[in-house]
Every structure is written in structure tokens, then in C-alpha cells.
Ligand binder design. Structure first.
Ligand SMILES: Cc1ncc(COP(=O)(O)O)c(C=O)c1O
Length: 460
């Protein structure tokens, strides 16, 4: 490409060495020389022009992009631009920002958290394979595993007690291809001992995939605790304002795929040549090979592309992530401690509380600040829950978490309604349990609101 005043400037991709608060504002941004825009714009284009015939050939061959041919801000990670199902400059800003905040190599943005989980695991497992997951995970993920994954021939084995080595040994089979867990499980805030699971994963040469939706990189960065891949529902805290569904997969870049295959695992999308004459993803993209496989061999095939409009809301939302999380957690700590002392409350599932059985892990990994999504069980079972929920005004009765607004839902009759009773019981999803997501309103107002709900419980 010849030099012209209308070319985008060289992307500013390197924010290494800068603090989290600086990177959440700047990582992934690029100055636009054409217009001088300071905020990366919404790039609404389904496709991208090829410079000439050979440029098209090169882009489809996946050779490194010519200058200006890749998305600004992510030249190393994204292919020369072809089509927005595969990548988009607005989404590339969000991808690079999130990769920086998580401490990974490359991120891939997709259309929802469910798409992120599916795409992350479809790049690792195929028909006839298995995945091991901790049992305490978001209800929608368990439904995804039990329905669609099973229909596609991928079985999921659950480990109920992550401390029990024998259970892990029983659950991991020769055709197991990944371990899956959440940092702060939704809805019960029963924080996961990632280091322990990472040891199991390393022993069995399995990549550890961690959903960090509820934790966010502002509170915990799973790669620092041994995870290999991080997934997000960006719908929640990352976008932050409840307006846009989205998801992302982040490659930690450290997993040794070849050693895993020598130990009997199988990752053909990463290690095998996709077609004669073209090297494997690993040969061509090294520490970003997994992300590239997700983007090209899963997301581009199946098609859960993120709208650039939602990508814009995501990269803008992340600019204030650490500030919002601080307030979310300050309020949650105050509210959880207050709830625990109320006579109408049977129990509060917040690992940041000193009495919680997982408080040791909460202290070690989170400094006691275990997010803002947690359970509270009110007196009186389902009728107590009904009275409580109907007495609230500031808390919105809705499905969702990680919004500026506080939200409440009754898991047993919503997210977990399709579960067999014995599974719900074993997961601790009881009739009086409510999931709270504490928003950014005044904590005093939220406590007054919860008190109004508890008054209804008391009056029953
Ligand atoms: C922990 C977790 N992972 C994944 C999802 C799914 O995300 P999405 O609703 O964006 O598909 C959710 C949704 O609540 C979630 O809480």
C-alpha cells in the first residue's frame, strides 16, 4: 500500500507496563488520521475491499496482512480483513482491550456469552470427546452442556467437590479434552480454587477454560492462577450497562498443545494443517494459535459474529470497569453483611463474608472482594421468596447480572426450572434462594429496598 495522508496511523498496540486503569481506557485504541476521531468509531461494514487480486489471494491464504490490510489495533492477531463474520475493526478494539486486561495474547469477540463458551469448547472437543466441568456453574451453561453439547456428541462430566482428587481422576477420561470452571459461580458465589484445578489440569495435560464473567479481570485474572483460556459473557460487567448482549474468548497463549497431544489429547484444529501446503495454526500463529482456530475454524463457520454496535458499547464499557467493580463490591460487602443480620434471612451466600466456608479462598484470591452476584435465602421457602421479591422497588425483577441496576431473580423457578429436583438440591438451589446482582445505586437505598422486601416476609 502506498503512503497517503488518508491511511490509518500505525496502531498503538503495546500498552504493556501500564497500569490496569490506564489499559482499560487505552488498550486497543487507534488514532484515526482520516478524521481525527478520538473515540474508535462503529465500523458498520459487512466486508472489506481487497487492494488487488493478489491481496485477495493472500488474505484468503491467511498470510500475515499487509500494512493497512488488518484491523487497526490488532495487526498481529487478526487476519487481513475479509468479512465481518470473522472480525471487525470496532470489535478488534474491544478484543485487544480485553486481552490486555486479562493478560492474554489474543481475544475473539462473539455475539453472546453462550456463543463464547460454545466456540471456546468446540475448538477443543468434537463428536466423541468429553469435557469435565465443576458442578457449580451458571444454569444456562449446564443446559447448554446437557442439551446441545450432548446432541453434538460431546459429553460433560461434573466434579462436585473440586478438592477431591479421586473425583477428578474418575471424571477425566482418555478422550477428555478440557476442564471447565467459573471463577465466581453464578448464582451462589461459591468461589473456585483455580490453583487447585489448574494443578489437576496440568497433571492431565488438559487446557483449563475459565468463565470469568462474574469475577471480571478487575477482581481476578485467571491466567495468573493457572487458567489457559478465559471466556466471558460481556453482556454483564464488561459492557456494564445492560444494553448489549456479547461474549469473548481470550487465549492465554501458554498451553503446550504438542505436549498435550504427546500425552494422548487431541487438538486437530490447532495442530493439524488445515489444507495441504498450509501450516497448522500453531506453526503460523504460535501463542495466538488457539484464538486463531476459534476465530477461523469455529466462529467463522458457525457465525456468532458480534455486531460492531455492541462491540462499541463493549470497548467503551470497559473504560470504566475497575471503577464500577469497586462500587459494585463495596455495596455488596455492606449489603451481604447487613442481610446476614436480618431475622427474616436464613443464609447469605457471599464468600467475602468471614463466616462463609470458602472465605479462605476469597481472601487469598480476591482480598475478600468476591463480586456482586450472590445468593440470599429468605425464611418461608417459595412463599417467603414471593413476598420478598414482590416487596422490592429498586431491585429489578429480571434475569441478568452485572448491570448498573440491581436485579433479583428466583433461580429455582427460572434459570434452574428445567433441572431435576435432586440436581437443584445438590447445587443448593433451594425454594427460598434469591440471586441478587448489586448495581451502582446508593447502598443505603438498596438496603432500604431489601428491608421493604423482608418486611413482606415478616408480615406473612
Ligand atoms: C457466568 C455466566 N456465563 C455465561 C452466561 C451467558 O451469557 P449470555 O447471556 O451473554 O449468553 C451468563 C449469563 O447469565 C453467565 O452468568
Amino acid at each position: 500500500m502506498t503512503s497517503s495522508a488518508l491511511e490509518p496511523a500505525a496502531p498503538i498496540t503495546d500498552w504493556e507496563g501500564f497500569a490496569f486503569d490506564t489499559r482499560q481506557v487505552h488498550a486497543g485504541e487507534y488514532p484515526d488520521r482520516n478524521t481525527g476521531l478520538r473515540v474508535p468509531p462503529i465500523a458498520l461494514s459487512a466486508g472489506y475491499v481487497f487492494e488487488d487480486f493478489d491481496d485477495q489471494v493472500e488474505r484468503f491464504a491467511g498470510t500475515p496482512a499487509r500494512p493497512g490490510g488488518a484491523f487497526p489495533g490488532d495487526a498481529a492477531a487478526t487476519p487481513g480483513a475479509i468479512y465481518s463474520r470473522q472480525g471487525n475493526p470496532t470489535n478488534a478494539v474491544a478484543e485487544e482491550r480485553l486481552a490486555s486486561l486479562e493478560g492474554g495474547t489474543v481475544a475473539v469477540a462473539v455475539s453472546s456469552g453462550q456463543a463464547a463458551i460454545s466456540s471456546a469448547l468446540f475448538a477443543l472437543a468434537q463428536h466423541g470427546d468429553r469435557i469435565v466441568s465443576t458442578a457449580s456453574i451458571y444454569g444456562g451453561t449446564r443446559i447448554l452442556f446437557g442439551r446441545s453439547f450432548q446432541r453434538f456428541g460431546i459429553d460433560v462430566d461434573y466434579v462436585w467437590d473440586a478438592d477431591d482428587d479421586a473425583e477428578w481422576e474418575r471424571a477425566i477420561h482418555p478422550n477428555t479434552q478440557a476442564i471447565y470452571a467459573e471463577t465466581i459461580p453464578n448464582p451462589r458465589n461459591d468461589v473456585t480454587d483455580l490453583r487447585r484445578i489448574a494443578e489437576v489440569a496440568a497433571r492431565h495435560r488438559l487446557p483449563l477454560v475459565v468463565d470469568n464473567t462474574v469475577g471480571t479481570p478487575a477482581l481476578i485474572r485467571p491466567f495468573e492462577h493457572g487458567a489457559d483460556i478465559v471466556v466471558h459473557s460481556t453482556t454483564k460487567f464488561l459492557t456494564g450497562h445492560g444494553a448489549a448482549v456479547g461474549g469473548a474468548i481470550v487465549d492465554g497463549g501458554r498451553f503446550d498443545w504438542e505436549a498435550a497431544e504427546r500425552a494422548g489429547r487431541s487438538y486437530p484444529l490447532i495442530t493439524a494443517a488445515p489444507r495441504p501446503g498450509l501450516g497448522s495454526m500453531l506453526d503460523r500463529f504460535g501463542a495466538g494459535a488457539y484464538a486463531r482456530a476459534v476465530r477461523e475454524a469455529v466462529v467463522n463457520d458457525i457465525g456468532p459474529a458480534l455486531s460492531p454496535f455492541n462491540g462499541f458499547l463493549l470497548h467503551q464499557g470497559m473504560e470504566t470497569l475497575s471503577l464500577r467493580m469497586e462500587r459494585h463490591v463495596d455495596s455488596s460487602l455492606a449489603i451481604a453483611a447487613w442481610l446476614e443480620a436480618q431475622p427474616e434471612v436464613d443464609s447469605v451466600d457471599y464468600a467475602g463474608l468471614p463466616a462463609h466456608p470458602l472465605h479462605g479462598i476469597a481472601q487469598r484470591d480476591y482480598g475478600g472482594r468476591t463480586g456482586s452476584v450472590f445468593g440470599v435465602t429468605v425464611r418461608g421457602g417459595i412463599e417467603g421468596a414471593r413476598a420478598f421479591v414482590n416487596g422490592l422497588r429498586v431491585f429489578s425483577r429480571m434475569t441478568g447480572i452485572g448491570d448498573t441496576r440491581s436485579m433479583v431473580i428466583h433461580p429455582l423457578t427460572s434459570t434452574h426450572a428445567s433441572f431435576a429436583p435432586e440436581i437443584s438440591e445438590r447445587l443448593g438451589i433451594g425454594p427460598g434462594l434469591l440471586r441478587l446482582s448489586v448495581g451502582l445505586e446508593s447502598a443505603d437505598d438498596l438496603i432500604r429496598d431489601l428491608r421493604a422486601g423482608l418486611d413482606r416476609v415478616a408480615a406473612r
